[in-house]
Design a protein around this ligand. Structure first.
Ligand SMILES: Nc1ncnc2c1ncn2[C@@H]1O[C@H](COP(=O)(O)OP(=O)(O)OP(=O)(O)O)[C@@H](O)[C@H]1O
Ligand SMILES: [Mg+2]
Length: 217
């Protein structure tokens, strides 16, 4: 399972497509992303990131609870200030995954969809902020959320429909793409964008392996 960390570049084109697709209209079908590594252009946002290095790991889940277990495993490697973009169509499992992350962070209260509240806060090992940008579009509407304040509070910030407010979010991030399959099958791609995140992929890989997840390339 570790070979892709040592120079497996398969899927780099897909990763690149994913990075660019964030900037496309939201009605566009979600791109397929693959595993691999690629230097990505900073997309001209002027934030001085230069090349953004991205890598990804892909697994399948077979039920709602299985997706929560994946979120729980991911939570083990999360650090204060982490941003997680959650992507996928309606009902793909973004909230379900967020519930698993919350569980892994030690949140005990119920984690509900923040569709109407926009951002919910939960107390755990780290503060967990769970946002939903479905109703928002563009940087202007995102500004109303006061995101910078949340980013500075030393928590984990996970946002569903992140691509709606991509301009207002840091480029460096975890990105989780959930894609539907047959019945309860979901194909889930966890990508790390930027060194802050890619350097933890090895640990994530181990956490996923001990939770029984296998990289499906
Ligand atoms: N493997 C799976 N992982 C996650 N959810 C699954 C899975 N199989 C079936 N489901 C079902 O899919 C639905 C996922 O709902 P969820 O609210 O998590 O989606 P969402 O991506 O947050 O949707 P929305 O875009 O409306 O916020 C639930 O009804 C859940 O029971
Ligand atoms: Mg949801």
């Amino acid at each position: 399972m570790s070979s892709w960390l040592q120079g497996d570049y398969r899927g780099a084109d897909n990763i690149l497509n994913s990075a660019w697709a964030e900037r496309e209209p939201i009605s566009r079908p979600l791109p397929d992303t693959g595993r691999g590594a690629a230097p990505l252009p900073s997309q001209g946002r002027g934030r001085g990131l230069g090349l953004l290095f991205a890598m990804a790991i892909r697994v399948n889940t077979h039920s709602e609870e299985h997706t929560r277990q994946l979120g729980e495993a991911l939570a083990q490697v999360l650090q204060p200030g982490d941003i997680i973009w959650l992507r996928g169509e309606l009902g793909a499992g973004k909230t379900t995954l967020a519930q698993g992350i919350a569980r892994g962070l030690g949140v005990t209260e119920p984690v509900l969809s923040p569709t109407f509240t926009l951002i919910r806060e939960h107390r755990g090992r780290l503060p967990f902020f769970h946002a939903d940008a479905y109703r928002l579009e563009g940087a202007e509407q995102a500004a109303d959320l006061g995101l910078q304040e949340y980013f500075q509070r030393g928590g984990v910030f996970a946002v569903e429909w992140a691509e709606h407010i991509a301009e207002a979010l840091p480029e460096e991030r975890w990105e989780v793409l959930l894609e539907g399959g047959m019945d309860e099958e979901r194909r889930i791609t966890i990508s790390a964008f930027g060194e802050r995140y890619t350097q933890r992929l090895k640990v994530l890989e181990e956490a996923l392996a001990s939770a029984g997840f296998r990289d499906n390339g």
